[in-house]
Design a protein around this ligand. Structure first.
Ligand code: 4AD
Ligand code: MG
Length: 431
């Protein structure tokens, strides 16, 4: 008999088939047993009628515990009332392994219990939907850059120096060479790549020893970082807005079912279209002032302030031209005002905060040397990076998008911990 997946049922209406997976749930009536099978591609109600199946099979439907691995056979029927539109008029039920006392039951569990059992929690309906949307976002990210002439360039995870400030570095011993650090961002290497290939992107795990225990912070997260030669701040903002539109519209179009499982209000996502509003840091301060928040010029915009700013708009907002003092050493100063960095952040709506951070890069050797000194960074470690300014320097720019923050926003999650299969946070590195 043909072994198929639940996602293929439409091609087998009226035929006898076999499916393999796990018992998601079950119910019984007097002369009927319902077994909900899940196989990773979907959910299928299998109906066993007493008299239609052997005694043994009918009893098996009762004996099988939640999350037992099973094989079912039966005839595929169209059933408009069923979730996926099909039902199985079931004949056979083989238990591959009978699971007893599966820890995660349909009742409510506390978050710590669920996180302790993350390896099992992943099987639940919402978590499966999130993982699928995450996968679709990753594919959209790759497609977007691949289709626009960017070359994927992988950058190292073990690195000799900091990119985004020295306070969040994870340090590890590295043989006789002293210390190595887990990368905070592939950007500096991507800049070397942009000088070789014109347009590149890196996509991989990045690490921050964040002391902050917030719903927006992980210690290990995935970041995609495009970098392009001959790009300025405006090109960078144009790229970011096209990118966000593409990701969100793709997910809206292709992941309706999963967004439905998550009960996501998609009306807020439909607005994510070009052009995105662009405001300067100075204008952001004005918005805060109108909302009775006094932010002194030169201070960073907090998470709470980001929410106030983004609440003024119906789509993500780009904030540009920040005080140089609060931004990274590699950002280019505004030629019209040296106190300002040609930086940009994109703030997501609905309180999800910063999802993109980027800038035009300092392309002048002397300026960059000065920045390295100001930031007390060891010049030797950056000699290779300075070489990019010694040999054919050009204006260039790029940004980083945090994958989990994007997944969390699009899925409407309360916390980043559900946006990654196995979250790493200040108080958790298991399972
Ligand atoms: O703003 P960040 O620190 O920028 C950079 O790392 C640049 N080097 C990127 C570049 O220009 N190539 O981080 C970029 C994004 C943030 O906007 C946020 O979405 C995410 O990375 N991010 C985090 N996500 C989860 N947990 C954390 N601790 C994060 N820190 C940053
Ligand atoms: Mg940032």
């Amino acid at each position: 008999m043909q072994i198929i997946h639940i996602s293929d049922l439409k091609n087998y209406i009226g035929q006898e088939v076999t499916l393999r997976g796990w018992l998601f749930n079950k119910r019984s009536g007097g002369k009927v047993r319902f077994v909900i099978l899940r196989d990773g591609t979907g959910y299928l109600q299998c109906v066993y009628f007493k008299g239609n199946v052997t005694e043994d099979t009918f009893d098996a439907a009762d004996r099988t515990g939640q999350e037992s691995s099973i094989e079912v056979t039966g005839k595929v029927k169209e059933e408009p009332r069923a979730a996926g539109g099909y039902e199985l008029d079931a004949k056979g039920l083989t238990i591959i392994q009978n699971a007893n006392n599966y820890p995660i039951t349909p009742k409510d569990h506390g978050i710590e219990f669920l996180l302790d059992n993350r390896h099992l929690w992943l099987r639940s309906k919402k978590q499966v939907a999130i993982l699928k949307i995450r996968h679709r976002i990753v594919k959209a990210i790759r497609d977007f850059f691949d289709d626009r002439g960017f070359t994927l360039m992988d950058t190292p995870i073990l690195t000799p120096n900091a990119v985004e400030g020295t306070s969040t570095l994870f340090e590890t011993k590295y043989f006789d060479l002293g210390s190595a650090y887990l990368t905070q961002s592939g950007q500096l290497y991507a800049e070397a790549g942009a000088m070789a290939l014109g347009k590149v992107y890196t996509f991989g795990p990045t690490f921050r020893a964040e002391k902050s225990k917030t719903r927006r912070h992980l210690t290990e997260f995935w970041m995609v970082e495009p970098e392009a030669a001959f790009f300025d701040l405006n090109d960078n903002m144009d790229l970011a807005e096209s990118f966000l539109e593409y990701i969100v519209q793709t997910v809206l179009k292709e992941m309706k079912n999963e967004l439905g499982i998550l009960e996501r209000d998609t009306s807020k996502l439909e607005n994510v279209k070009k052009p995105l509003p662009r405001i300067s840091y100075d204008e952001a301060i004005e918005i805060l002032k109108k909302n009775n928040v006094k932010l002194e010029w030169g201070k960073d915009i907090s998470g709470a302030d980001e929410t106030i700013i983004s609440n003024q708009f119906d789509r993500p907002v780009i904030v540009h031209r920040y005080p140089a003092e609060i931004k990274a050493f590699y950002m280019k100063r505004d030629p019209e005002n040296p106190k300002i960095a040609l930086a940009m952040d994109v703030l997501a709506p609905e309180g999800y905060g910063e999802i993109i951070g980027g800038s035009q890069r300092e392309d002048d050797l002397d300026q960059l040397l000065e920045r390295i000194k100001e930031h007390n960074l060891p010049q030797e470690a950056f000699e290779w990076y300075l070489d990019l300014r010694r040999y054919g320097t050009v204006p260039h720019a790029g940004f980083g998008l945090g994958l989990e923050r994007t997944v969390s926003w699009i899925c409407g999650l309360d916390h980043l911990r559900e946006a990654i299969p196995f979250p790493r946070m200040i108080y958790r590195n298991t399972p």
